[in-house]
Design a protein around this ligand. Structure first.
Ligand code: KG4
Ligand code: ZN
Length: 346
């Protein structure tokens, strides 16, 4: 590889969904600065992300955010040596904004631009914490679009151990929150309501907990919640107990499978990444369980749980530092659907 791996300043651009994120990472000194603009207020009125509005807002935010991040790091954009951008998976129009800006900037600065897999960003984000895991580890990736267990052997070495056969954990939180009238984004609102309730007063299933494999299924849970809400005895005052039971069901299944994956892989480190990794009940459960097993669980700092540019800059910087440069066949490419298992052949 001709691009030298040391002492590089790497810019990261994230625009796959409803957050515009920019990060600036140095291969030796780590993350220097990052900025995120969340579109939550923009989409809230519609109860979910409106793709066209998302793309348009990325266009509005991305350049000012680039300047702001560079200034916060004490750098000029001209100092950047390489650019990583989220090429997928995500919303096509939204991805195109980040890809176009990355490629245009790369051309203007005469530096390389690399397509980065969004989930690789999430997967490596716990390494942005002061106390970071060492390879190899098992990763539980729990976002709005994905629920996967993976064995991470090193940069670019990701083996899928199990995944959701239907809804992702975050999606289950969001859909259930919507059913319960908690608005958008539902996950954090449902988790907050759950804190005021008590699990066990309602009885919800723990789907696939005894399936003997490392796969998940969450779509039945929202139906079970709906059934509970339709009972004549149900009233609004019980909403927090129902939320607590829902959260306990999701946490039970996620924790059970994640711990099983760690055991099967014969490893001692578990890493949790993605938006649902912000869930405090999940954090507590895994922390206690891994400690009891003489192992350790790592989470990204809360600010890096949801989508951000720091994790894309960091993933790209790691790839640069390990001379594992993502293939860029000239011209830019986005992949709205891009299984992580196909990363090697990108
Ligand atoms: O990783 P992320 O920001 O976006 C995707 O790549 O999907 O994850 C967003 C997901 C949403 O489904 C959101 O409801 C969920 O993470 N989430 C939570 C919490 N905070 C965010 N779910 C449960 N508890 C939370 N505290
Ligand atoms: Zn994400």
């Amino acid at each position: 590889m001709t691009f030298p791996a040391v002492n590089k300043l790497v810019l990261g651009i994230e625009s796959s969904c409803d957050e515009t994120g920019i990060g600036l990472c140095h291969t030796e000194h780590g993350l220097l600065a990052h900025r995120v603009f969340s579109q939550i207020d923009l989409h809230a009125a519609y109860g979910g992300v409106v793709p066209e509005l998302a793309s348009r807002d990325h266009i509005r935010r991305i350049v000012p955010l680039l300047r702001e991040t560079a200034a916060a790091a004490g750098h000029r954009l001209q100092d950047v040596d390489a650019i990583g951008y989220t090429a997928g998976p995500g919303l096509a129009g939204a991805l195109l904004v980040g890809a176009s800006v990355a490629e245009a900037l790369a051309l203007a600065l005469d530096v390389p631009a690399y397509p980065i897999h969004h989930l690789e960003g999430h997967l490596l984000s716990p390494m942005l914490a002061p106390e970071r895991p060492e390879f190899p580890f098992v990763a539980l990736l729990v976002s709005g679009g994905h629920t996967q267990l993976m064995r991470v052997g090193g940069v670019g070495d990701y083996r899928l151990l199990g995944e959701s056969v239907d809804d992702a954990a975050g999606e289950a939180f969001d859909k259930t929150a919507k059913l319960m009238g908690l608005g958008y984004p539902g996950g954090p609102a449902l988790a907050k309501l759950a804190e005021q309730g008590e699990a066990g007063r309602f009885r919800l299933p723990r789907p696939m907990i005894n399936s003997g494999d490392l796969d998940f299924s969450f779509s039945g849970l929202k139906t079970a919640v709906l059934t509970a809400m339709k009972q004549p005895a149900y009233d609004e005052s019980q909403a927090s107990d129902l939320a607590a039971e829902f959260q306990a069901a999701v946490v039970d299944v996620l924790a059970s499978k994640a711990l099983d994956a760690v055991k099967r892989a014969g490893l001692k480190q578990l890493v949790v990444a993605g938006g649902v990794g912000a869930n405090l009940a999940l954090r507590e459960r895994l922390h206690t369980a891994m400690q009891r097993r003489g192992g350790q669980v790592f989470f990204p700092p809360l600010e890096f749980c949801s989508d951000n540019g720091a994790m894309i800059a960091f993933a790209c910087a790691l790839r640069v530092a390990h001379a594992q440069l993502p293939a860029n066949g000239g011209g830019f490419r986005i992949r709205p659907r891009w299984p992580l298992s196909e990363l090697a052949e990108a």
